[in-house]
Design a protein around this ligand. Sequence first.
Ligand SMILES: *[C@@H]1O[C@H](CO)[C@@H](O)[C@H](O)[C@H]1NC(C)=O
Ligand SMILES: *[C@@H]1O[C@H](CO)[C@@H](O)[C@H](O)[C@H]1NC(C)=O
Ligand SMILES: *[C@@H]1O[C@H](CO)[C@@H](O)[C@H](O)[C@H]1NC(C)=O
Length: 417
Amino acid sequence: MEHFHFHFSKNFTLFFLPFLLLFPSLSVSIGINYGQIANNLPSPDHVVPLVKAIGASRVKLYDADPKVLKAFANTGVEFIVGLGNEYLSKMTDPTNALNWVKTNVQQYLPATKITSIAVGNEVLTFNDTSLSGCLLPAMQSVHTALVNLKLDSQVSVTTAHSVAILQSSYPPSSGAFRSDLKTCISPILDFLSKTCSPFLINAYPFFAYKASPKQVSLDFVLFQPNSGIVDPVTSLHYDNMLFAQIDAVYAALSKLGYKKLPVQISETGWPSKGDEDEIGASPENAKKYNGNLLKIVGQKKGTPARPNVDLNIFVFAMFNENLKPGPTSERNYGLFKPDGTPAYGLGFSGIGVSGGNTTGNGGVGGGGNNGPSVYFSPPANSSSGYLAISSATERMSWSNWRRLSMGLMLMVGYLMA
Ligand SMILES: *[C@@H]1O[C@H](CO)[C@@H](O)[C@H](O)[C@H]1NC(C)=O
Ligand SMILES: *[C@@H]1O[C@H](CO)[C@@H](O)[C@H](O)[C@H]1NC(C)=O
Ligand SMILES: *[C@@H]1O[C@H](CO)[C@@H](O)[C@H](O)[C@H]1NC(C)=O
């Protein structure tokens, strides 16, 4: 394998210093997916100050990249590490699972705060019964390994699902799992419940909008002011689609008897660019979606059906990932370009650290096709140093790692505005 050099200017750190000074005490509990299906990302060492600076407290990986886990030692950032779908069948063997946990989790603890292992990603919606059949056994083997290593009280085992496991999601109270998946899901829910592990769901209102742009209100999916919908059964009022999706998941869980299982949004986001037929993918919409989302998370309110449960959300994603297959949108979910500049204006007006005159309006309704905000314009001199290759991606297999991610960011600005 080629040895890649990454010349990161020290200006990079200086550049983010204002954030460190500005937001020392804000505890915005947001997570970010750190995906690395790209050949142009900064090395993990250089991502640490960025994650710290924006106040992201949780990072989700799609693997257990040693470089990332080492780089984040003693930072206090919590990690969900991933075990790709390609490992599931191997992990049904307890010996393999034990070795995997020792190598990929135990050796980084306690310096790197790994709190969870996501076994497989969206496994059930591949409709591949041999793969699905391995899911629970793999989760059980990994959990048993943690028990044997006395790590089970600090590291949970779960798996992330697509909202497509729901047969019905509208209105939210009608939420139900696909009937053909119920026999498979129930034992998984039982496992999660017994091990006090969260239920993870990847939810993208973008897909719903893209599929029916004429029927679905853009304001409703972007958390913009709108009249919303009322669930006729519960009379609960919904003014955004993500909350409706989350409550549909709670309804589906309740129907199977798992009312208390906590739900976490392991992925959500909006692409800043898409193909011609990907209606809605734009910098303006991505800015509204992610900006409004962060604002809501900061307000610490739950969904209409679970008003007292904090939202636990991982934004997708840290960076645009240039090697992801699929439609253009897939490569454009990042809050940041690989060089560390924002993928779109994130609306930092009102903070005024750099003396810039940003055109964002602080979040809701933020319009305009802004360039990067003043804060995140890279120092003119360092740009040549940003475009280097990270070697982290060679090990990945595309099919199973839809999205990786990393820490959240900038959006703290919204909370201050
Ligand atoms: C999986 O099966 C469901 C239900 O039969 C179907 O709606 C869905 O499109 C299938 N998904 C894939 C990826 O084949
Ligand atoms: C900021 O932008 C506004 C509107 O574009 C402009 O009127 C104003 O003069 C600018 N202020 C500074 C300090 O550049
Ligand atoms: C770029 O760096 C050089 C030397 O490191 C310095 O002299 C020059 O002023 C810098 N240019 C800018 C635009 O910062």
